[in-house]
Design a protein around this ligand. Structure first.
Ligand code: SAH
Ligand code: DHB
Ligand code: MG
Length: 223
């Protein structure tokens, strides 16, 4: 493991490819000042989310796990002016910090934050007969991933893209002896995804400023 090198390369890539951005920098500074954990996506990962959402022409985005709204701002950037982003957050303090960050970034009209356990918010959306989302980013508590995947499928259409963060966890995902609930959550998320013929997808390992982790990427191919 050479995390210093990963960090150096991430710093290089970010300085080359990710434009300096006041709104995003302020969002991180405000989140930090409010005592939120620094577990947001890295800048180049945030930009990857924007690009993926643009590539699938998303106009309705669902995010599970808001924190201070850093990834939310990145995702909101991909949206057309008539787009919408719904982001789900358990912690009212996180949601409040995110609300301020999104407002400062100019996205208050495009983004709605729903506070509460994501599984309950998702079930409510399904009951409300929500229109399907075009792009779904799963990034909340890892134990919840299997259920979030299942509920996300009920809020999808053929072509919906589902991306999940933190699916490698320093390699622990490959440890079939693990008793860590986070690892077990991710492993059963994969079990569910693989056994579901409505989904086609893969996962890639990543290294960088967030250490050694990875993303899972799926497209909904059936309903
Ligand atoms: N997407 C953010 C990071 C999210 S961190 C970014 O990259 O900027 C994970 C978030 O999920 C935390 O804010 C945490 O409070 C929230 N969370 C944890 N359990 C949850 C639950 N059951 N329902 C909804 N959100 C939850
Ligand atoms: C951590 C990182 C994340 O991206 C996340 O969503 C949750 C936790 C972490 O490094 O602990
Ligand atoms: Mg994450």
């Amino acid at each position: 493991m050479d995390s210093e090198l990963w960090l150096k390369v991430d710093q290089y890539l970010v300085s080359q490819l990710v434009p300096v951005d006041q709104a995003l920098d302020r969002a991180l500074a405000a989140s930090d000042a409010a005592g939120l954990p620094k577990i947001n996506v890295a800048p180049n990962q945030g930009m990857l989310l924007t690009l993926l959402a643009k590539m699938c022409g998303a106009s309705r985005i669902l995010e599970i796990g808001t924190l201070g709204g850093y990834s939310t701002i990145w995702l909101a950037r991909s949206l057309p002016s008539n787009g919408a982003l719904l982001t789900l957050e358990l912690d009212p303090h996180h949601a409040e910090v995110a609300r301020e960050n999104l407002q400062r970034a100019g996205f208050e009209s495009l983004v709605e934050i729903r506070v509460g356990p994501a599984n309950e918010s998702l079930r409510r959306l399904i009951d409300e007969g929500s229109e399907p989302f075009d792009f779904i980013f799963i990034d909340a508590n890892k134990e919840g991933y299997p259920e979030y995947l299942e509920l996300s499928l009920l809020l999808s259409r053929v072509g919906t893209v589902i991306v999940a963060d933190n699916v490698v966890r320093g390699g622990e995902v490959a440890n079939d002896q693990s008793t860590d609930p986070l690892v077990l959550g991710v492993r059963s998320f994969f079990d569910k995804a693989v056994g579901d013929n409505r989904l086609e997808g893969t996962a890639v390992q990543t290294v960088g400023s967030k250490g050694y982790d990875g993303f899972a990427l799926f497209v909904v191919t059936g309903r």
